[in-house]
Design a protein around this ligand. Structure first.
Ligand code: NAP
Ligand code: G3P
Length: 471
C-alpha cells in the first residue's frame, strides 16, 4: 500500500494529513493521498501562475517534445497505472489497461493536432478596409483547473492536461478521491518526464472539503470539469472562472425502431448499458421501444446479460462492484421504487454490498424514478411505447442531453429521428460512447457546456490574440 504525495511546484508535498482511498472490491485501503489544506492549494495556483509565462514562451516544438517524452513514460508504466486504477475503482485489469493505451493514442493525436493550430489571417477588404491585415493566433488562456471524475481517472485527466499544457497553459489538477492514486501517479510520472517546475500541479483531498477553495481561487483562467450535474452546477454558481467547460451526467436512451437486426442491437445495448458496470456517462441508461419489438428483444437482452460474469476486477469479471456503498444504496432505491410501482424485474436485482448483478427492468413507466434518473450502475430499464413521436418526446423530456442511440436499418428514418433527438450526439446502430476520442464530445441541457475532443479541446484551452497591420 503506497502513500502518494501531492505535486506542487515540482515538489512532492505532504503536510502530515493522509486520506485513505478504499479498494471497492476488497474493502481495504488501496493507498493514501495527501489531504491538502487551503494554504497548499494557494501555493499550487501561485506556482502555476509563476511558471506560465516562461512555459508559454517555450517553443511549441519543445513543448511537444516534452509531452511526447511524458507520453513515453506513461506507456512504459502502463501496467502499474492499470493495476493502481483497478485497486481504487474496481475497473477490471483488462479495461484499465485499455483505458491507458487508448489515452496514449489520444495524446498522440493531440500533439499532432497542436502543430496545426495555425493562426487565422485575413484582410478587411470585404468590409471596405483593404489596408488592414489581421493575424489572429491562438494563445494560452493561462492557468487551467482540471477536475476529473472517478470513472475514467486516467483518460479524463489527460484529455484535459495534455491539450492545456501543449498550448502553453499551466495546470492545477484535482482528481476524484477514488481515482486520486492514479492522479498522484500521473504527477510522479510527469517528474520522471522532466516537466519544468510549476507547469503541472496535482492537488488532492476530498472535494466536499476543498472543492470550493479550489474552484474559487483567483488565479484560475479556465475550469475544465467532468463529473456530476450537482457539482458542475455548484462550480457554475460559485467558481471564479467564467470560462467553463463542463462534461456532466447523462440518461442516454436507446430507441429501437425495427426488429431487422435484433441480435446485433441486443449485443450493442448490453455492452452499452453494462460496460464498467454501467458507470459510464455515456452508458445506455434506458431502452425505449414498442411492445412488438420488446417481446423479441427482451429474450436476446437476457441471453447477453446471462453471459456477463460478476465478481472480481482482478479476475477481469464483466460486472464488478460499483464505486461505493452509497452508490449501491442509491441504485437499489431506484430498483425498489420501480418494483413497488409494478415494473417487472427480469434478471438480476441481487445485491451483495456494493456488488450488483446486472438487472433488467421491464414495463417501466414514466412515474418511476428509474425512467429519468442516472443510476451509474448495472441496471437497465425498458420503456414500452408504441408511437415513434412519443419515443422521441420521452427521450427529449429528460433534463440530460448527452448521447442517444437509434437502432434502425432504414437509414433515412434513423437520420430523421436522430435529427429530432436533443442530445450532443446520436449514434445510429451502435451503443452510445465517447470514443473514438478524436470525435468532438459534448452534452447539452444539464449534460454540460462546451466541447471536448482533440481540436475542440485545443481551441477551448486557448483564446484568439489578434494583431492588425495597417498599411
Ligand atoms: P462527482 O462526484 O461530481 O465528482 C467529480 C469531481 O468533482 C471529483 O474530482 C470530486 O472530488 C470533485 N468535487 C467534489 N465536490 C466538489 C466541489 N464542491 N467543488 C469542486 N470539485 C468537487 O462525480 P463522480 O462521482 O466522480 O463521477 C460520476 C459522474 O460524472 C456521473 O454523473 C457521470 O455521468 C459524470 N461523468 C460525465 C462525463 C462526461 O464526459 N459527460 C464523463 C465521466 C463521468 P472528490 O472525489 O474528492 O469528491
Ligand atoms: O464516462 C466517460 C466517457 O468518457 C466514457 O468513454 O468511450 O467509454 O463512452 P466511452
Amino acid at each position: 500500500m503506497k502513500e502518494y504525495k501531492a505535486l506542487i511546484n515540482g515538489e512532492f508535498i505532504n503536510n502530515g494529513e493522509w486520506l485513505e482511498v478504499l479498494d471497492p472490491f476488497k474493502n481495504e485501503v488501496a493507498g493514501k493521498v495527501t489531504a491538502l489544506k487551503a494554504e497548499d492549494i494557494e501555493h499550487a495556483f501561485k506556482s502555476a501562475r509563476a511558471a506560465q509565462e516562461s512555459w508559454e514562451k517555450t517553443d511549441l516544438v519543445k513543448r511537444i517534445e516534452l509531452l511526447h517524452n511524458f507520453r513515453n513514460v506513461l506507456l512504459k508504466n502502463k501496467d502499474e497505472i492499470a493495476a493502481v486504477m483497478t485497486s481504487e475503482i474496481s475497473k477490471s485489469l483488462k479495461d484499465s489497461l485499455t483505458e491507458v493505451v487508448r489515452t496514449v493514442e489520444l495524446i498522440d493525436f493531440t500533439l499532432e493536432e497542436a502543430k496545426r493550430m495555425e493562426p487565422l489571417s485575413m484582410t478587411g477588404e470585404g468590409m471596405g478596409a483593404k489596408n488592414k491585415i489581421g493575424i489572429f493566433s491562438r494563445v494560452a488562456k493561462g492557468v487551467i483547473l482540471a477536475i476529473s471524475p472517478f470513472n475514467y481517472p486516467f483518460n479524463l485527466a489527460l484529455a484535459k492536461i495534455v491539450p492545456a499544457l501543449v498550448m502553453g497553459n499551466t495546470v492545477v489538477f484535482k482528481p476524484a478521491t477514488a481515482g486520486s492514486l492514479v492522479g498522484a501517479l500521473i504527477g510522479e510520472l510527469s517528474i520522471q518526464a522532466n516537466f519544468p517546475k510549476g507547469i503541472f500541479n496535482v492537488v488532492t483531498g476530498r472535494g466536499r472539503e476543498i472543492g470550493d477553495i479550489i474552484t474559487t481561487n483567483k488565479e484560475i483562467d479556465m475550469i475544465s470539469f467532468t463529473g456530476s450535474v450537482s457539482i458542475g452546477n455548484n462550480i457554475k454558481e460559485k467558481g471564479s472562472s467564467k470560462d467553463l467547460v463542463l462534461e456532466l451526467g447523462g440518461k442516454d436512451p436507446a430507441l429501437v425502431l425495427d426488429d431487422l437486426d435484433l441480435h446485433n442491437y441486443a449485443k450493442q445495448i448490453v455492452d452499452g448499458a453494462f460496460g464498467y458496470s454501467g458507470q459510464r456517462c455515456t452508458a445506455i441508461k434506458r431502452v425505449i421501444t414498442t411492445n412488438k419489438i420488446a417481446d423479441k428483444l427482451v429474450p436476446l437482452l437476457i441471453d447477453n446479460i446471462n453471459k456477463l460474469t460478476v465478481g472480481s476486477p482482478y479476475e477481469n469479471k464483466d460486472i464488478t462492484p460499483v464505486i461505493d456503498q452509497k452508490s449501491a444504496d442509491f441504485i437499489k432505491g431506484l430498483v425498489d421504487d420501480a418494483k413497488t410501482k409494478k415494473a417487472k424485474i427480469l434478471v438480476g436485482n441481487k445485491f451483495e454490498k456494493n456488488l450488483i448483478w446486472p438487472t433488467l427492468i421491464d414495463n417501466v413507466t414514466l412515474d418511476m424514478k428509474v425512467a429519468w434518473e442516472e443510476p451509474f450502475g448495472p441496471i437497465l430499464p425498458i420503456i414500452r411505447i408504441e408511437d415513434i413521436n412519443e419515443m422521441i418526446k420521452i427521450s427529449n423530456d429528460s433534463n440530460f442531453g448527452l448521447q442517444a442511440s437509434v437502432f434502425c436499418k432504414d437509414i433515412s428514418l434513423a437520420i430523421q429521428v436522430s435529427k429530432k433527438i436533443k442530445t450532443g450526439t446520436v449514434n445510429i446502430n451502435g451503443k452510445s460512447q465517447r470514443g473514438p476520442d478524436c470525435f468532438p464530445f459534448l452534452g447539452i441541457k444539464d449534460s454540460g457546456q462546451g466541447v471536448q475532443g482533440v481540436k475542440e479541446s485545443l481551441i477551448s484551452m486557448t483564446r484568439y490574440h489578434g494583431i492588425v497591420i495597417n498599411y
